[in-house]
Design a protein. Structure first.
Length: 307
C-alpha cells in the first residue's frame, strides 16, 4: 500500500494545505484520467509511473495547466467543477476510497524532482536550471532541495540585477549556491557575493558570452572562493562552439567549473587535464533513459580519470 495513500486516506481529519483535487483512487494500481470539458487530456496509472496517487494526480495537474491558486474539487468519478470560465475538469479514477491531493507540491517540476531523487546519490551538487526556475519560480528550488537530501543544490539564477532579492530568494528556498552573470554590473556581482556569504553559501560567476578583459578584471578583484564557470550556452553550442576552448592559464589558482554540452568523453578528457575542475552536466544526464545510471557512470569515469 502506498504510504501517501495510507496517510491521506486512512487518517481522520487529514486536511492538506493548498489547492486540491478530491477523487477516488485505487490503493495499488489506479488509472487516473483528467478531462477538460469532457475531453481526456492526460492519464496515467500509479503502476506505470511507479508513484503514489499524490504524485500522479499532481503530475497530471501540471500537464493540464493547473497552477497554485486554482481550486478544483471533484468527488465521485464523472463529476466536474469549474476551473476557469468555460472550462471544467473531471477526475475519473478507477478504484476505491477518497483522496485529497495537493496540486501545489509535486506539480512544481515533477520530472525534476524524480530525476533529482535518482541522480543525487551520485552527484556532488544538483543544479536547478534557469528555465525551470523561470517557469515555476523558486518553489522549484525548494522541491529539488527536498528531493536532493544531503546533496547541496545550486540555483542557476543567472542574476543580472536586483541581487539581494534574487539571491536571497534562492538561499531562503534552501539552495547552497546561486549563479550571477559576469556581464552584470560590479555592484550586482558584489551584492550576490555578500548575500551568499551571509547565508553560508556559494557564489558561482557565469562567464557565458564574457570577453577576456571583463573576465580578467573580475578575477583580479573577486574573492578566491567565488566559483568561476566557463560556459558555452545552448545557442552557441548549436553553432559549433565548445567549452574546452574557453579554458586557459586564467584558471590557475581559481575554483573553476565548466558547463555546456558536456558528455562522458568530454568529462573524462577535461578532468584528466584539470583534476580540480568542476564539471556541470545537463542533458547527458537528464535526457538519458535512466538518469541515475547515467550520473553513476559519469561519476565513476571522473574517479577513474583522476587515478
Amino acid at each position: 500500500m502506498d504510504p501517501l495513500w495510507t496517510e491521506a486516506g486512512s487518517r481522520s481529519g487529514f486536511t492538506p494545505r493548498g489547492p486540491w483535487i478530491e477523487t477516488d483512487v485505487a490503493v495499488d494500481d489506479a488509472r487516473i484520467s483528467l478531462r477538460l470539458d469532457d475531453v481526456e487530456v492526460a492519464s496515467a496509472s500509479t503502476a506505470d509511473l511507479a508513484r503514489g496517487p499524490f504524485e500522479v494526480v499532481a503530475y497530471l495537474s501540471e500537464l493540464v495547466g493547473l497552477r497554485p491558486g486554482d481550486v478544483v474539487r471533484t468527488g465521485a468519478p464523472g463529476t466536474t467543477a469549474p476551473l476557469r470560465p468555460g472550462v471544467s475538469v473531471t477526475a475519473e479514477v478507477a478504484g476505491i476510497g477518497a483522496l485529497r491531493c495537493p496540486v501545489v507540491r509535486s506539480a512544481h517540476a515533477w520530472e525534476a524532482v524524480r530525476t533529482t531523487r535518482d541522480v543525487a546519490p551520485h552527484a556532488d551538487w544538483v543544479e536547478v536550471g534557469t528555465s525551470l526556475i523561470k517557469r515555476y519560480g523558486t518553489a522549484s528550488v525548494s522541491e529539488v532541495v527536498a528531493a536532493a537530501g544531503t546533496t547541496p543544490v545550486l540555483a542557476d539564477l543567472k542574476t543580472a540585477d536586483d541581487a539581494a532579492t534574487e539571491s536571497g530568494m534562492a538561499f531562503t528556498a534552501g539552495a547552497r549556491g546561486a549563479t550571477v552573470l559576469a556581464l552584470a554590473a560590479d555592484a550586482t556581482i558584489d551584492r550576490c557575493v555578500e548575500v551568499a556569504t551571509e547565508a553560508g553559501g556559494e557564489t558561482v560567476l557565469d562567464l557565458v558570452e564574457t570577453g577576456p578583459l571583463r573576465r580578467d578584471a573580475l578575477l583580479a578583484r573577486l574573492p578566491a572562493d567565488v566559483v568561476v564557470t566557463a560556459h558555452v550556452g545552448k545557442d552557441a553550442q548549436a553553432g559549433g562552439a565548445g567549452v574546452e576552448a574557453a579554458l586557459g592559464p586564467w584558471t590557475r589558482g581559481r575554483s573553476v567549473a565548466v558547463a555546456g554540452g558536456l558528455g562522458l568523453a568530454e568529462v573524462v578528457r577535461l578532468r584528466a587535464a584539470h583534476p580540480d575542475l568542476r564539471v556541470i552536466v545537463g542533458s547527458a544526464i537528464t535526457s538519458a533513459p535512466a538518469p541515475g545510471r547515467a550520473a553513476a557512470t559519469l561519476s565513476e569515469a571522473i574517479r577513474g580519470a583522476q587515478r
